[in-house]
Ligand binder design. Structure first.
Ligand code: FAD
Ligand code: DLZ
Ligand code: SF4
Length: 507
């Protein structure tokens, strides 16, 4: 009985479970570019081009390996526009006895797939996605019965299970976590290596033309386009990170410099999330670099923590808490997202820089996302729906399973502290310490009041005051409340008034 195997745009892995038992003579692998996936949010143009080009290259690789591949292009006149529609058309063409799929990354797509067996009248098997180090069942087991889910404890379990950076039963270096050694401010004169770049080939150029004509008004610069779109090139990006950036990754993980979105980060998330790379091979490459003396432990541990800690943890939380998680709004935030998130037109230099780099590259590193873009939205009380939508649109690595917990949980505290123990809220002083943004800003980061005061400063205190009932009991916030309460009454009144008029003007 032949089998039709639908592979999605973020399932471009040769190790995909639904590709593991293919009969290359009889089975058909279906990949389809569909308008529904390209428009469920108005993705950054680079993200669409990246996924389509990576899909087309992957299809060619499968063909070269002898698979029967049916590839539907977006501009195919008969394209129905949806995954379900294309599956139906492919069933008519190939007459398979059954359909096999790998579990999709997004809840919305899974719900649709769960209807397919009934609608199509033939067996549809959905296999668990094995391209993560922790299965969803294992995560649910780990989470069950715990009062609080904390990444740190989950991460230790993964280290032990995988034997990564372990010395017998103990963590290498005597500590699980070198986070305190991942916070060096950017030194002047840092020689940051060039990011990995690939020149577009004919396939990518064709896709770029398609995206330019079909998505002319979407956010983001389409060109220059230098992403890897094949596994071979993505492996080269990983290799370049390991040899040129990893050693400094630890020290400068939180640092931000104007015009340097890549810093010492790996910029491999888009490749991991669409399947061109697998997490364990990245982890092993980093561990090997440590063992060969190419990178220090604070860097290697920091990088590995992101991959087998945070990345797996947020995925576990997503599947544990969906669909309710999408509706959470613990801080009752109601304001609409300011337009400058799209056009960068603001006098706040930190936000202008981060939005501009996001528009150019469909990338910003973690601290830009968390402590500038996310922090402002948190302080300003932007509705989590708007914030989530923006983050899902603008980054090439954004799929709901990873974007939503990072935004709703880590950044906006909209889950009331389920994912993280305290809100990542900060005044301008954090941005000043960790970046060069404040040097070229119209605002003065040292001022809390007055016309030139940095908005992050008064918004921060206003945020604390607005959420006193929810946050003041949190021991990790206590010191900040004491500082606020000790401030001169007149200054506090000024701060709250400034915040009010700033927020009113945002509307
Ligand atoms: P590096 O800093 O080099 O880290 C290495 C790898 O670790 C990354 O490639 C990524 O796969 C993983 N990683 C690191 N931090 C996280 C994290 N918090 N959650 C999951 N994986 C992590 N990451 C996405 O992949 N997609 C998203 O849509 C996304 N949205 C985010 C939204 C907000 C508000 C925040 C605060 C973070 C978000 N992240 C997201 C996490 C993180 O910012 C990106 O993974 C990282 O910036 C990607 O760049 P990099 O590959 O250079 O990562
Ligand atoms: C993001 C995306 C885009 C833009 N286009 C497609 C597409 O045309 N075909 C496809 O199979 N997948 C696409 N994707 C990725 C899907 O949105 C992703 O597979 C689901 O969100 C599940 O994670
Ligand atoms: Fe951002 Fe404030 Fe610094 Fe300006 S002064 S760059 S608004 S933190």
């Amino acid at each position: 009985m032949s089998c039709l195997r639908l592979v999605l745009g973020d399932q471009l892995s040769h190790s995909l479970p639904s590709l593991s038992s293919v009969d290359r003579q009889r089975d058909v692998v279906l990949l389809c570019e569909v308008i529904e996936e390209a428009t469920y949010v108005r993705h950054h143009r680079k993200k669409i081009a990246f996924i389509f080009s990576a899909m087309r290259h992957f299809a060619d690789e499968l063909r070269a390996e002898g698979y029967r591949v049916d590839y539907i292009r977006l501009d195919d006149p008969a394209n129905s526009g949806s995954l379900g529609g294309e599956l139906r058309r492919a069933i008519k063409r190939h007459g398979p006895g059954r359909v096999e799929l790998t579990q999709p990354g997004e809840y919305r797509v899974l719900q649709e797939m769960l209807q397919w067996q009934r609608e199509l009248g033939l067996p549809v098997e959905i296999l668990a996605d094995s391209r993560f180090v922790c299965s969803l069942d294992e995560f649910a087991d780990w989470a069950s019965g715990r009062k609080q889910l904390r990444m740190e404890f989950f991460y230790r379990e993964m280290r032990r299970k995988l034997g990564i950076l372990m010395d017998g039963g103990q963590p290498l270096g005597g500590r699980w976590n070198f986070d305190s050694e991942n916070r060096r401010p950017p030194a002047s004169g840092l020689l940051i290596p060039q990011p990995h770049m690939v020149e577009p080939d004919d396939i990518t150029r064709e896709v770029l033309a398609l995206v330019a004509s079909r998505f002319p008004d979407n956010f983001g610069d389409l060109e220059p386009f230098h992403f890897a779109v094949t596994r071979r090139d993505a492996l080269e990006a990983l290799e370049l990170f390991i040899t040129e950036r990893l050693a400094e990754f630890g020290d400068y993980q939180d640092a931000m410099l104007s015009g340097q979105p890549w810093m010492y980060h790996s910029h491999i998330s888009m490749y991991l999330n669409c399947g061109l790379l697998e997490p364990l091979e990245c982890v092993e490459a980093a561990e090997q670099a440590y063992r060969e003396g190419l990178a220090p432990l604070n860097a290697v541990e920091g990088f590995i923590r992101q991959l087998i800690g945070w990345r797996e943890f947020v995925r576990g939380i997503y599947w544990l808490r969906m669909p309710q998680y999408r509706e959470l709004n613990a801080l009752n935030a109601t304001r609409r997202l300011p337009w400058f998130y799209w056009d960068g037109n603001t006098e706040m230099n930190c936000l202008r820089q981060c939005v501009t780099e996001t528009r150019q590259h469909a990338y910003a590193h973690h601290i830009q996302r968390l402590m500038v873009l996310g922090n402002f939205a948190l302080l300003a009380g932007i509705h989590p729906h708007d914030v989530n939508e923006w983050f899902l649109v603008v980054y090439a690595d954004a799929y709901e399973w990873v974007e939503l917990p990072n935004v709703t949980g880590m950044s906006q505290f909209a889950d009331g502290g389920f994912l993280g123990s305290k809100p990542y809220a900060s005044s301008g002083s954090y941005i000043k310490r960790m970046s060069d943004y404040c040097r070229s800003c119209r605002y003065d980061v040292k001022q809390r009041t007055g016309e030139d005061a940095c908005p992050f400063n008064y918004l921060y205190w206003d945020f604390l005051e607005r959420h006193r009932s929810l946050l003041s009991a949190n021991p990790r916030m206590a010191m900040m409340y004491r500082t606020w309460d000790r401030m001169d009454e007149a200054e506090r009144v000024d701060i709250l008034a400034l915040a009010r008029s700033f927020l009113d003007a945002l509307e």
